[in-house]
Write a protein that binds this ligand. Structure first.
Ligand SMILES: [Zn+2]
Length: 92
């Protein structure tokens, strides 16, 4: 694959906390709540929604075979997704 054919996503500078919330998740298009820096993507920053952030962390934690992976993932998922419910409730 030629480098000129690679579609770039993300940006080189991280988003501000306010700025990233104005963006859509680079994976699914839902409102973003955080960002991810990917080394293989030229260390670019990409906006992520809470659900995609949890899924990305699941992949990384399992791949790295971290001790207590299931507990870590349960805690992280509960923290992020319950925060999102509170945020959504405040917007209604
Ligand atoms: Zn997403």
């Amino acid at each position: 694959m030629s480098n000129s054919k690679v579609r770039r996503s993300g940006r080189r500078k991280p988003y501000t906390e306010v700025g990233v919330r104005r963006k859509s998740c680079s994976r699914c298009g839902k409102p973003a709540s955080t960002q991810w820096q990917c080394c293989a993507n030229e260390s670019r920053w990409s906006p992520l929604c809470a659900q995609c952030d949890v899924r990305l962390n699941e992949i990384a934690v399992r791949f790295m075979r971290l001790l207590g992976a299931e507990t870590l993932l349960r805690r992280y998922s509960t923290k992020l997704l319950s925060k999102e419910v509170v945020t959504n409730a405040n917007n209604e």
